[in-house]
Design a protein around this ligand. Sequence first.
Ligand SMILES: [Zn+2]
Length: 265
Amino acid sequence: MKPLQIQQIPAFDDNYLWLIHNSQNAIIVDPGDAAPVQAYLHQHNLQLSGILITHHHPDHIGGVAELLRSAGTPIPVYGPRADQQSGRIPTITHGCQDGESITIDALACRFTVLDVPGHTSTHIAYYSPDLSSLFCGDTLFAGGCGRLFEGTPAQMLASLKKIAALPASTAIYCAHEYTLSNLRFARAVEPDNARLAERFNRVTEQRGQGISTVPSQLDLELQTNPFLRSASPDIIRTLQLNNKLSGNADEVSVFAAVREWKNNF
Ligand SMILES: [Zn+2]
């Protein structure tokens, strides 16, 4: 069997759909739109063999029904078990939850499921040890994290810590190209972080040339993403100087203050 490849498929304004394939069979992560996926499958003569869903937002599931229709044969749809049970995502055939291992037979590829609530209450992520890759939807972004639509700061912080505990070389496949605006904010939060300044310059150049900045890598995020650095004394000091934080701050308060600042940045 040919080695697995991960292909980026841009959709809408700034979404990335991720297609994993072996030159014959393919699975798609978070197909918000069916058309660009169908076009890629057709062009490369690939058979769609499964769909992975991280959360219920329309830009992540909008293309699922159409892809199932056009597949011609029943294919498994993995997604949060709670959303399968509640009917919030009715197309899920295989509900998943934290710690479960799933195997996509057609690709001989394994994933471990992580519950990562915060952006939504039932968000999950898929970690592949074989590919050393994490497909994390709208939880961790390059240089940032998802907005808290349904979850609490404590939940999101715990989810990000779960991700931070993966091997540092893990590639981070998030679902949006938000990196430049995230890093602009990160610079305000941590103005003396040299690694961040270097990253900001590189990403500014890449985006100027229309180059994608995703996937990222976990170790780079740990060094430059303020949402993974809420224990940093420098970040706490900047928050206090900007009147975003007062008194004795625990890590959840620091994280909440950074998230709140970003919402209004
Ligand atoms: Zn979302």
